[in-house]
Structure formats: structure tokens, C-alpha cells
Ligand binder design. Structure first.
Ligand SMILES: [Zn+2]
Length: 448
């Protein structure tokens, strides 16, 4: 591994810096940043690697499912298809799907991932952690930095028993979840109470205590909140209050908490999130794919709210495209332009905020190019059609509007190049394992 990398342009907290040499230590952290020479650059344009703050990696296998018109097509009908997939997956299937999806994330600009994992129990073993191991081992083998978030899932809806198809996701008590969690102390972990639908609000405090006994005080907590309008109305009916309010009344909402989606959070709820130090995790491509709705991103960001992005369903994996859809959703809703931009532009501040906020969401030392943080970088191909001839300070604006993952030249995790001009190492074996597994998964789903 090189002990230093030279970049012609490097995005740091000071902005776009010219000719910078990044020195790294043996752990892959940035030791110092100083002036570089005038040529011989390792890459021309480098930005921090993007943390992927929300992933259900198995849903990569959903691409192409559930797109045919079949009546009232909503998130809830999509969920029935997803449950059919979840029902048939074995640990070996999950490993092959995750291994390919994580390689794909690296090639798409994501250098770390928060894996929100809820298919716990193996078909042949009610209490096994083998499904969890499949995703932690796939991340290790792909080289992506993972924060593993085992999900606590307890019920089928507000005050409702779980259905048979949710059986693989369930733990009966916070204590039994704590025992499950304790199998994973060898990997970087947080926890994910699934949602206010799936976890009684009265159990959340105990769940956090149980997790603290296993993980200590400092770990990330991720939860789906207010993704769908029916969820908000059911929450109001059951609790007499909106979801973020119920959450804030149930736990000490603090910087450990990450509110995934928050799509239908109203102004008071957004203020609650901002004032608590918690943040939102937005998944624009998936929120569009599922027909969730639009989060009031402009107002939230102007109010100082922190945020990260996630590829969630992983049906399309592309970090810059997440940011484009985030901005374009606001433009379409408001009939305005540059909704999330500042005076410096659009692509640069969006990438910086998402990368910094994503690193906070994962509680990892990454997302910002500065000494002490991991040397996770994405470099861009300035000769790519979308970027060629663009002035350096406009490159991120060109990328976010005109470009895609295709314009990435290389991706580094901890200073090590994992995706580059030669592609991703072992990619053909990973792809053929994936194809073989998907053929078998499709056959088993048809037999259901
Ligand atoms: Zn999700």
C-alpha cells in the first residue's frame, strides 16, 4: 500500500485544494496533508468516499421484481414481494447477493455501509446468526467498511401480532435480542429497532439498555420513521401523536439516533430531530422507487439539520445519483432550481454534507478528508464525457447533474485501491456466483 497519495485536486473541509499529498499510517488513516509536486499525480480529482448510511443488501435481488401493474401498487404490495424473497434466502444465497452488492457499492462511490439487517433466522435453525454472518463476511471479503445493525423486530404493526411471513425477522423480547447481539461483538455494531410499526414504543428504552450492556454507551441506532403516510396515521391513532414525537417521548433522542426516511415528518418533528442532535438518513432513489413521498429537505437543511444518504433497496446503486434525485425531487415539487445548493454550487456541498453526516450516522472516522480520519477516497475521471473540459470548481456540479458512477476512476478504502481502471478484483467470480444464486432463488420463489 502506498504511504502517500498525490492528488491534483482534493476536497477537504477547506474546499477544493490544489496539489495535495496525503500521508497515511499503517492503519489506513490520514496522518498529514501537505503540498504535492506539479505532476505525477495518483489521481487528478479526489473527494471523500461516501458512507452508505442505509442498506438492506438482500433487496439487491429485487431488481426487476414487482414492476408489473397488479391493482393498487404501493409500498405495501411491494412489501409482499419482498417477503417472498426473504422467505427463501439461505445464508449461502445471502452471502453471494451481499458480496456482489458490496462490490457494486464500492464501484458506485460508497466506501462504507450501515447494514440494516433483519432476515435473522436461517430456514433450518431458528436461533442461528448465520444470516448475519453472511452479510458481515461478505463486507469483509469485499473490503467495504461495514457497521452491522441487527434489527429488533417484534410485531406486525401498531399493536398487532406479527404475521407468519415476518417470522424470520422476530425476537420475542429485548433480552433475547441482546443475546443475539452478543454473537456479533467481533464486528462493528450498532442496533436498529425496525420501526414504530414493528417495535412497541414502550420497549425502546429497554432495548437501548440491553444494547448498552453488550456494546457500551457509544453505538449508532437506526430506525425507519414516518416513511409512509398510512404509518403516520396509524401511529396517530395508536399513540395519539406523530411518529417523531412518539420516538422523542420514548427515548433520549441524541446524536446516536438516525431517523431513516423521516419522509412525512412535519415542521415540529423536523425541529425535534435538529434540536436533539439526531439526524435523518435519506434514500432518494428508493423513496422514489417505492413511491414514499418527498422529505422537506430544503427547510431541514436550512435549519441546520444533519443528514446522510443510503442506497436502501439497492435496486440502483449510485452515490451521485442519490444526490441528483434528492435535488430534483425538490425542484419538481417547488418548480424552482438549485433548491439544495449554496453560493459555491450544488454537487460539492451536497457531497460534503452527505459524506460528513453519513460518517456520523455510522460513527466511523471517515467521510471527511482530514488527519485522523480513514483515507477513504473516490477519484473522478476528468476525461469522462460528463466532466471533460469542465473547470475544477464546477466538476461536482457537472457530476451531480450530468454524470454517474461511470465517471469514477478509482475508489480507496483505508488508502487501498479496491476499484480502479482494472475494475474490481475477483469481480467475475463474484458475478457468476450471483447469477447462479439468483437462478436458484427465482426457481424457489416460483415454487412458493
Ligand atoms: Zn430501509
Amino acid at each position: 500500500m502506498p504511504r502517500s497519495l498525490d492528488f491534483e485536486y482534493l476536497l477537504t473541509p477547506n474546499g477544493l485544494e490544489h496539489r495535495r499529498r496525503v500521508h497515511m499510517d499503517d492503519a489506513g488513516r490520514i496522518r498529514s496533508i501537505e503540498a504535492a509536486g506539479e505532476d505525477g499525480f495518483d489521481a487528478r480529482f479526489a473527494i471523500p468516499g461516501m458512507p452508505n448510511a442505509h442498506s438492506h443488501v438482500f433487496q439487491r435481488a429485487m431488481a426487476g421484481f414487482a414492476e408489473a401493474k397488479a391493482g393498487d401498487d404501493t409500498f405495501w404490495s411491494w412489501r409482499r414481494h419482498m417477503y417472498r424473497l426473504a422467505a427463501v434466502l439461505t445464508p449461502d444465497d445471502l452471502y453471494a447477493i451481499a458480496r456482489r452488492a458490496y462490490a457494486d457499492m464500492l464501484a458506485a462511490g460508497f466506501t462504507s455501509v450501515a447494514e440494516f439487517h433483519y432476515i435473522h433466522h436461517s430456514p433450518d435453525d431458528e436461533t442461528s446468526g448465520r444470516m448475519g454472518r453472511a452479510v458481515t463476511e461478505a463486507a469483509r471479503d469485499a473490503g467495504i467498511r461495514q457497521v452491522f445493525l441487527p434489527v429488533y423486530y417484534r410485531q406486525g404493526g401498531f399493536g398487532k401480532a406479527a404475521s407468519a411471513e415476518q417470522g424470520r425477522f422476530l425476537h420475542p423480547t429485548p433480552e433475547s435480542f441482546g443475546e443475539f447481539l452478543s454473537q456479533f461483538t467481533d464486528v462493528t455494531c450498532g442496533i436498529a429497532p425496525h420501526s414504530l410499526r414493528a417495535v412497541p414504543a414502550a420497549e425502546l428504552g429497554r432495548l437501548v439498555e440491553v444494547a448498552e450492556a453488550v456494546l457500551g454507551k457509544s453505538f449508532p441506532i437506526h430506525m425507519h420513521v414516518a416513511e409512509q403516510l398510512p404509518e403516520v396515521s396509524e401511529c396517530q391513532k395508536h399513540h395519539g401523536a406523530r411518529p417523531v414525537t412518539v420516538l422523542a417521548n420514548s427515548v433520549d433522542l441524541d446524536s446516536r439516533w438516525n431517523i431513516v426516511h423521516a419522509t412525512h415528518a412535519d415542521e415540529d418533528e423536523r425541529a425535534l430531530i435538529i434540536n436533539s442532535g439526531a439526524r435523518v438518513v435519506l434514500c432518494p432513489l428508493t423513496e422514489a422507487y417505492l413511491g414514499d413521498g418527498l422529505f422537506e429537505a430544503g427547510a431541514y437543511m436550512r435549519g441546520g439539520g444533519q443528514w446522510g444518504i443510503g442506497s436502501d433497496s439497492n435496486v440502483r446503486i449510485d452515490a451521485i445519483e442519490e444526490l441528483r434525485v434528492l435535488e430534483y425531487g425538490q425542484r419538481l415539487a417547488r418548480r424552482q432550481r438549485a433548491c439544495l445548493a449554496d453560493a459555491s454550487g450544488l454537487g460539492l456541498p451536497l457531497w460534503q454534507h452527505a459524506a460528513g453526516g453519513g460518517a456520523e450516522a455510522l460513527q466511523i472516522d471517515a467521510g471527511v478528508v482530514q488527519p485522523g480520519r480513514f483515507a477513504d477516497f473516490v477519484t473522478l475521471d476528468l476525461a469522462a464525457p460528463a466532466l471533460a473540459g469542465v473547470a475544477p470548481d464546477r466538476v461536482m456540479d457537472a457530476w451531480v447533474t450530468a454524470g454517474s458512477r461511470q465517471d469514477i476512476a478509482a475508489v480507496y478504502v483505508g488508502g487501498k485501491m479496491l476499484a480502479g481502471p482494472a475494475g474490481i478484483s475477483g469481480a467475475s467470480d463474484v458475478a457468476s456466483d450471483y447469477s447462479r444464486v439468483m437462478k436458484s432463488v427465482n426457481e424457489r420463489m416460483r415454487a412458493l
